[in-house]
Ligand binder design. Structure first.
Ligand SMILES: NC(=O)c1ccc[n+]([C@@H]2O[C@H](COP(=O)([O-])OP(=O)(O)OC[C@H]3O[C@@H](n4cnc5c(N)ncnc54)[C@H](OP(=O)(O)O)[C@@H]3O)[C@@H](O)[C@H]2O)c1
Length: 246
């Protein structure tokens, strides 16, 4: 096992090693970054990508959960785990260094819901709102900026994970929803500015995850689909078809 180059927070590396080179088969490898890959949609998607032969750089704040999730990934590709917060510039730099020269797929999945239970806007703690915007908007763009050279070389696909709360005025969802609305506009403009990339905003729909449970504390959410039932196939379909940005 080796550490990602020059990074103190890097976790184990599994697989054939090297940087963006070739798998043992001799075929070029494809590389993806998945944020928020310690649970929920991120970890499930990472599993499908690893099974499809992608090399992965995965991140989340909680190191133990991230490494436990990475340890279950199938396939023979490299899996680099970098624990850290996407709002931390040093962490974003570490992710860019771990990626190396070329990147095929960036999944901007890590996200903050804000306080639970969800407060009405008149009661919102503005510092908590600022943090939600920092995670869900500013850090998403900043990470994309950090990875742009590699995405440009890889003619990469960027998937920004959004929510119907970006467009629906659900009571209590004003903070999170406005952050996702801003996220959508940021990545719509990026798509217009960078037609050489494929930039997509994907609403995964309701999913049975920790975030969803925190949004509906105490409620039975067992009727919501798991990420692998709807959201993951939708993202894999984008990857397979590579339609124009949208
Ligand atoms: N679940 C739903 O019903 C639903 C519906 C619509 C949209 N979405 C969107 O789908 C995406 C995935 O949601 P999910 O339900 O799978 O959420 P989840 O189960 O809560 O997982 C969130 C992941 O993001 C990581 N994360 C959170 N804040 C982070 C930060 N600042 N830096 C780095 N990593 C961070 C978490 O790990 P750590 O806490 O250890 O950092 C975790 O790995 C999100 O963008 C969410 O907004 C979800």
């Amino acid at each position: 096992m080796t550490a990602a180059p020059g990074q103190g927070d890097a976790g184990p590396v599994r697989g054939h090693g090297g940087d963006g080179g070739e798998a043992a088969s001799g075929f070029p490898t494809r590389k993806a970054v998945v944020t928020g890959a310690s649970r929920g949609l991120g970890s499930t998607l990472a599993g499908f990508l690893a099974g499809a032969g992608y090399d992965l750089v995965v991140t989340a704040r909680g190191r133990a959960a991230l490494e436990a999730a990475a340890a279950t990934l199938p396939g023979e590709g490299d899996v680099r785990t970098l624990a850290g917060d996407v709002t931390d510039p040093a962490h974003r730099k570490a992710l860019a260094e771990a990626v190396g020269d070329s990147l095929d797929l960036l999944v901007l999945n890590a996200s903050a819901l804000g306080p639970s239970p969800l407060p009405r806007l008149v009661e919102v703690d503005v510092d908590a709102l600022r943090q939600v915007l920092e995670v869900n908007v500013v850090a998403q763009l900043a990470l994309t900026q950090a990875l742009l050279p590699a995405l440009t070389r890889g003619r990469g696909l960027v998937v920004a994970v959004t929510s119907d709360a970006a467009v629906e005025p659900y009571e209590g969802w004003g903070g999170y929803g406005s952050s996702k609305a801003a996220l959508e506009q940021v990545f719509a403009v990026l798509a217009a500015e960078r037609p050489d990339l494929r930039v997509h905003r994907v609403d995964p729909g309701d999913m049975r995850t920790r975030m969803h449970q925190e949004a509906f504390p105490g409620e039975d959410i067992s009727d919501r689909p798991l990420p692998e039932e709807v959201a993951v196939p939708a993202i894999l379909d984008l990857l397979a078809r590579r339609p124009p940005s949208g």
